[in-house]
Design a binder for this molecule. Sequence first.
Ligand code: FAD
Length: 373
Amino acid sequence: MERERFDVIIVGAGPSGSLSARRIAEKGLNVLLIEEHKTIGLPVHCAGWISGCPFTEKLINEFGRENIITPVDRWRVWTPSGELAFEIKFNGGYFVDRVNFDQFLAKKAIQAGSHLSIRTKVIDVIKENDKINGVIINKGGKQYKIYSDLLLGCDGTRSIPMGIAKKSGILKYDKKKGREFFPGIQVELLNMKEVEPGVIEIFFGTIFDKNLGNAFVSHLEKGHGMIGFGTFQDYLNVKKNHPIFKKRLENAQEFGIRAGLYGILLGESLKTGVMTGLMLCGDAVGYHGIVPAAISGLMAADTAVYAANASDFSQETLKNYDRMRRRHPISKMKFGISIPDLSEDQLDLFIKNEGEAINKALFKDFEKSDYEL
Ligand SMILES: Cc1cc2nc3c(=O)[nH]c(=O)nc-3n(C[C@H](O)[C@H](O)[C@H](O)COP(=O)(O)OP(=O)(O)OC[C@H]3O[C@@H](n4cnc5c(N)ncnc54)[C@H](O)[C@@H]3O)c2cc1C
């Protein structure tokens, strides 16, 4: 590491990290973006659905419409008894290749002047008297200290149980309070039947992994889909025993498996994501999804530039970021619905009676999200 001090250090080159790095570098500050993996975007853990809203249109205009896999315009929900409960036509956004997308955003950050350090794992924060002063990294088996005025924790879901959110002490992670984490996989399939590009489907039922309680089907291209399950065992069980999947997956070929971590309170963001010298963004502050990650990263970047101009990195000043994001529709984008202890019959009725109204209200919030790119 040639420099030992940067104005801003950003941990994680996902959407929140790359977009904030780009914005801060554009304003002339010295930015270091740190990514533990050797290739940006890999290993991929996401289906690549960017929900529809004015901000997404700006992102896609930059990314290039020719790079979209398919626009999304229909949302279908199935009951545990295997009936189609409802279908909504909506402004669903787009499916993109998440690896290309993350690499595109990281390239923009570098072209704007950010320094990128790949194969670099942040192993701890440097903290003195409740102020974050930088990070300790491991690069090539050696440890180094790098100092900064500000640190942005953009290190994804793991931040809360084991990353910057936890190490900084910003969050007293308490398992008993219910913010827990569970694995999720996306199985990418070719030669799948009944794929209608542009559709997203959710199948509910006790047949699915108990944490997730559903399967999330992304219809990408003819014969090409991605299905979100809890575990690989869950996928094998559903493929064999679910009447609709049995038929659809009869001749399907597994093309790839992507794995990640879900927070049980999907999209329920932390009330406070700042302390002196630190802001958390994206999944690290509890959001779920590309759009909230991107917008929260940009809000943190704007707050960082303001703080740098004022030479004031105190918690009081950075709290402006918390206020901005809490007033924004991204803080309403909660995917998780709590369906405690419902039997399949009750769930069937609930989805038929309440499902459509709940989903429409959710999309109304999604569709309002905007921010300057
Ligand atoms: C199975 C699954 C499917 C999903 N599908 C969708 C979808 O279709 N659409 C959608 O909008 N959202 C989806 N999500 C959620 C979405 O992937 C996240 O909300 C989004 O990636 C958050 O972006 P981020 O920038 O906050 O974090 P991330 O994209 O997770 O990026 C964090 C980065 O930080 C790096 N990092 C972590 N720790 C360190 C460290 N110590 N040192 C250095 N680098 C580090 C990681 O390697 C990673 O590159 C899915 C999630 C899962 C688990």
